[in-house]
Ligand binder design. Structure first.
Ligand code: ADP
Ligand code: MG
Length: 302
């Protein structure tokens, strides 16, 4: 076990308070219970990270998402695609309880994370956020130095030892170190958009989460920066489980191992988003079983 791993475990064990600074020591082990997937012949395959069961989301009286059931697997990139308004952001933000602050938000069904119900009465939102990091469409670095951005969460969690190493490691993993190593004290806002987004990725991974959620992380970036982010996905998936929302189908085809296609169910009076099809990216793009998926990936709607 490296120092990095050890710090990460300590972090997991101390995060029980509702806010950083009000932590109390947790004594029972909190390492995940990995529930293996079993295929048709009974052979174990990849561990399941999220087991999403009949998930639905309401904002007040409006249902944004319904009947969503599928699993997200460890060390894969899972893309979420679909037309605007079909609930992609709603879905991905629900995976780390980012929607909790929205008035009227209500989730039905279950999201099991390594077997633990993250909306259950025993779930701890701080711990959920610590293990499941998020990066948004628009790079949102804090108006602080490059260093302080990456160190921010670790400091809040009390992980102050070997902070320099932690920051360097995170910046290296985010493929940004070589570009910023001589200017760590400069403002993060002095970086280009593409660098800022990689900084946000470094900030998210500096506390060693298990999962990285990315909601259209490259849609505000130029093609070169987009390619850098995509290359990063391929690298980071060996260490993290990645879920990425993208409206760029070529991007999904390039980066994702699995793809979930969501669309609007227009059969009812309300327009509710729902999972239409989920599978290997190759299958979704070349031989989807649902006509709506085939139409969407062929560019016939959306
Ligand atoms: N904060 C919110 N409050 C109320 N309704 C929302 C909120 N966010 C999203 N919605 C609604 O939920 C539906 C899905 O939106 P969203 O998840 O943003 O879709 P997508 O990311 O696929 O474009 C839309 O009808 C949208 O208006
Ligand atoms: Mg969205």
């Amino acid at each position: 076990m490296t120092d990095w791993d050890r710090d990460s475990r300590t972090a997991t064990q101390i995060i029980r308070g509702e806010a950083p600074g009000r932590v109390r020591i947790r004594t029972e082990p909190v390492l995940p219970v990995i529930r293996p997937e079993v295929n048709g012949s009974g052979t174990e395959t990849r561990p399941v990270v999220f087991d999403i069961r009949d998930m639905g989301v309401y904002y007040g009286g409006n249902r944004a998402l319904a009947g969503t059931t599928f699993s997200i697997y460890r060390n894969l990139v899972t893309a979420v695609i679909g037309p605007s308004g079909c609930g992609k952001s709603t879905f991905i933000r629900s995976l780390n309880r980012m929607n909790d602050a929205i008035p009227g938000f209500r989730l039905e069904g279950q999201i099991l994370y390594h077997g633990h119900d993250i909306y259950g009465s025993r779930a701890n939102r701080v711990e959920v956020r610590r293990r499941i990091g998020m990066v948004f469409q628009k790079p949102n670095p804090f108006p602080k130095s490059i260093y302080d951005n990456v160190a921010w969460a670790a400091r809040n969690l009390g992980l102050k030892q070997r902070l320099d190493q932690r920051v360097e490691e995170a910046l290296r993993q985010a493929a940004l170190w070589d570009e910023v190593k001589d200017r760590l004290r400069d403002s993060a806002l002095s970086l280009s958009g593409g660098q800022q987004q990689r900084l946000c990725i470094a900030r998210a991974i500096a506390i060693e989460p298990d999962v990285l959620l990315l909601d259209e992380p490259a849609s505000a970036l130029d093609p070169v920066s987009t390619a850098a982010i995509e290359a990063l996905m391929h690298k980071l998936k060996h260490r993290f489980t990645i879920v990425i929302v993208t409206h760029n189908m070529q991007q999904a085809a390039r980066v994702a191992d699995r793809t979930a296609f969501f669309s609007l169910d227009s059969t009812g009076a309300d327009r509710t988003g729902t999972l239409i099809e989920y599978g290997d990216t190759e299958t979704i793009f070349r031989a989807a079983s649902d006509r709506r998926t085939r139409d969407y990936v062929a560019g016939r709607f959306g």
